[in-house]
Design a protein. Structure first.
Length: 271
């Protein structure tokens, strides 16, 4: 059995969590990440037969039975993940009943997965139904994206359009736009279901006055989606109070999207 501290998926999760904390996206114990793993890569590092303990998930995820996830822990600080991954992260498998997680490694202090796990599982199910390559659900509180919630209409078309206007790359990076939810109580199945419904259409979902959910095929892609939104939101917050002299026109955004061959939300442009 290989040393799990050398596992590429674990090292990448640790560095991603550290970067998210460094950028101010995940203060204190804010934010959470779940990474879908293949059994073949997990079994190289841990005994998948040995279940440390079982933990109810609070949600029935039949289509994920037998799936393995590396998940950040509840109450854990992202700044501590890299220094002590075995305490701050856990590898779980969704048990045969669909409502229980089997802990195979991690949460060494007796803790458990993030309280947002049901939302993550719902979003994984939604994304896998439209993109079998999806592996990551990532939630964070990027400062400028959150600030933008307070001064911009929480309308998907208008919010996306404003972000697309801020950086030339935006319509290319997230051509499917950004889904938006109003403020909802976090940690509930209700917000999880609402997010999952949006995830069938968007890889990015803003939680009003809270943060953002992102989905992707790997940690870099998902991090990059949120990073690009946050840069655009920062530019918006730096310029929103100033007279606008220049902008990227809708016809130019259309030209960009078609030049790079991305499937963009034509209905989010005013042509």
């Amino acid at each position: 059995m290989k040393d799990i501290s050398t596992a590429p998926f674990l090292k990448k999760m640790c560095s991603t969590a550290s970067n998210m904390y460094r950028l101010g996206w995940d203060e204190r114990n804010g934010g959470n990440i779940s990474l879908l793993l293949d059994e073949s890569e997990v079994s190289e590092y841990i005994d998948t037969i040995r279940v440390i303990r079982t933990i109810p998930t609070g949600f029935r995820a039949d289509s994920l039975i037998g799936k393995y996830f590396l998940v950040t822990g509840t109450g854990k600080y992202f700044k501590n993940v890299e220094g002590d991954p075995e305490n701050n992260l856990g590898i779980i498998r969704i048990a045969e009943d669909g409502t229980t997680a089997e802990l195979l490694w991690g949460y060494s202090d007796g803790g458990k997965f993030t309280s947002e796990l049901p939302s993550h599982l719902m979003s994984h199910m939604a994304r896998l139904s439209v993109n079998p390559e999806n592996r990551v659900i990532m939630h964070s509180h990027p400062t400028n994206t959150l600030a933008m919630n307070y001064v911009h209409e929480l309308d998907e078309k208008k919010f996306t359009h404003t972000l697309w206007e801020m950086c030339t790359e935006c319509i290319v990076v997230f051509p499917d736009g950004v889904g938006v939810l109003p403020w909802m109580l976090c940690g509930t199945n209700e917000i999880g279901m609402a997010t999952a419904e949006k995830m069938k259409e968007f890889r990015l979902v803003v939680w009003g006055m809270h943060g953002i959910y992102g989905a992707g095929k790997d940690l870099d892609e998902t991090f990059g989606l949120i990073e690009t939104v946050e840069k655009a939101a920062q530019i918006y917050m730096l310029t929103a109070h100033l007279p606008r002299k220049n902008t990227i026109k809708d016809s130019e955004m259309q030209e960009l999207a078609e030049y790079f061959g991305v499937d963009y939300r034509k209905d989010f442009l005013n042509l």
